[in-house]
Every structure is written in structure tokens, then in C-alpha cells.
Write a protein that binds this ligand. Sequence first.
Ligand SMILES: NC(=O)c1ccc[n+]([C@@H]2O[C@H](COP(=O)([O-])OP(=O)(O)OC[C@H]3O[C@@H](n4cnc5c(N)ncnc54)[C@H](O)[C@@H]3O)[C@@H](O)[C@H]2O)c1
Length: 283
Amino acid sequence: MHEGKTIKNSPFELTGKTALITGAAGLLGLEHAKALLSVGATVILTDVSGVALESACALLGDEFQPERVLSFVMDVTRPESIEAVAKQTSLRGLRVDVLVNNAAIDPKVSGDQGVLETSRLENFPLQQWDLQIAVGLTGAFLCSQVFGTAMARDGKGGVILNIASDLSVFSPDQRIYRKPGLSDDMQPVKPVTYSVIKAGLVGMTKYLATYWADKGVRANALSPGGVFNGQGDEFVRRLSNLIPLGRMARRDEYHAALQFLCSDASSYMNGQNVVMDGGRSAW
Ligand SMILES: NC(=O)c1ccc[n+]([C@@H]2O[C@H](COP(=O)([O-])OP(=O)(O)OC[C@H]3O[C@@H](n4cnc5c(N)ncnc54)[C@H](O)[C@@H]3O)[C@@H](O)[C@H]2O)c1
């Protein structure tokens, strides 16, 4: 069982600290949890999906001390849901020292929508715009409001980490999503919401970084590049061609960044957007 002992007395150590992750039952949320658990943190996994949370908890409880793995169903779009988790957390004697705003709705770009390609800007439904922004951007604001306020109030400070994307610093290259045999107006695209949310998160990061700096609350963003998760060969080839390292990220390649940004190892980093994209933005 992993107790996080390897990093004792290191600035990366989070023993005695509690980190809350939103959207924690998804692909990267689970990896963020592993990263923080392995440097000693107690981790509160939150997600809107109770079923996915259960299996995430079971998996992590096998690998780490189960008493350091807690979970709550929490919908980041609903203030009362966030408040309820904040209450449960303090009833258990825990203080959220680290908040990782990770939840998002990232509809897969598929191109099989039939008569109307709704990912395209011309057809993008207002309801999808509202929903995706509510989760990815408003959700991060609401969680920062609740947990950041608490961090600032008691004088002990804390860390807010917003998970953005390499698409926070450049526009999607829509050519990589193209499907053969479809006319231009039926080609699927990465939706406009993705760019708006991720750029918005970087703006919010800078705002938060200065807002509570005198209270010891730091805020940074991490902007990961695309993670390989069984995508089709053609897509992977096209995307890899845009990346100097010539490949997508492995799912565990952001662990060290999480450990750095959430611990005292980054004590003088505040308001930054750390882009880890295999060099894509350097081209
Ligand atoms: N996977 C990648 O390649 C990649 C690359 C760059 C950035 N990111 C970012 O990393 C983060 C995690 O991505 P992922 O690939 O793990 O996505 P994912 O879809 O696997 O996980 C997202 C999680 O958010 C949860 N969620 C959705 N709505 C919610 C709500 N209202 N309240 C709480 N939780 C909610 C989902 O249930 C899901 O478990 C996202 O912000 C994403 O944009 C991912």
C-alpha cells in the first residue's frame, strides 16, 4: 500500500493536507487523485456521477490507505450541492487546503450527428453553450467561491489549481477532426465553448491569484495537451504531427505537475498557466 513515504520532508509533501478534486471520477481526475495521494494528501473525490465515483474510490482504496480517500456526489453547477459538501467536509474535521477545479463536459468530436453537425459554430445549440460553460467555467467559480473563501478566511491559505488545456493558449486546429466523405458544412469541430472555457479559466486564475494573495491563497492553471485514451489511429497521427515530441500525453504524465502546483514546492508560483503540451505551442 502506498503511504506517500518516499517524499517525507520534501516540499512536495502533502501529508496532513486535504485536496478536493471536481470531476474526479473521469480520466484525468483519477490521475490527479493518484498524484496527490502518493505525496501523502487526503483526497476528496467529487463528481456528478455517483456510480463512477464508487468505482474510482474502490480502485484508489486498494492502492492507497482507504481512510485518505473520501468521496461525495457534487454537481459543480449547483451552489447548494457545493455547500453541502463543504459542510460534510468540515463535519468530518477536514479543511480543504487544495482545490482542483477539473470538472468539464468535453463532448467527443465524432461527426456522426446526421442531418446537422451541431458541434459547428453555425449550429451550436445555446443549451450546449450554457451547459458546458456552467460546468467548466461557472463551476470553477462557484467552487472557488466556497472553498477559496474558506481558505482565505481562517488565515491558513491554500491552493487553487484550475485545469485548463493547451487550447487555452491557441485555437483548435479543426483539420485534425475532419472525417472523410463529409461536406465542409458537415465536418465536426472542437466546439467554441472549449476555447472560451479554457481561456476563461486562465483569466479567473489570474484574478484569484491576486484577489486572495494577502491571505495566502495561491491560484495557478495547468494546461495539459491531449491524453491518449484509445482514440483512432488517424486522429492520433494528425495530432501527433502537430506536437514536437511526436505523440500524445500518457495519462500519468501530469502527476508531477499536480504535485508541484498543489504543494509548497510551488510556493512562489502564483497566477501562472503551466502549459504541458509536448511542445505544441512552441511550433
Ligand atoms: N483528456 C484530455 O486529453 C485533456 C486534455 C486537456 C485538458 N483536459 C481537461 O482535463 C479535465 C479532465 O478531463 P478528462 O479527460 O478527465 O474528462 P472526463 O470527461 O473523463 O472527466 C470529466 C468529469 O467531470 C464530471 N462532470 C461533468 N459534469 C459535472 C458536474 N456538473 N459536476 C461535477 N462533475 C461533473 C464527469 O462526470 C466526469 O467524471 C477537463 O477540464 C478537461 O477539459 C483534458
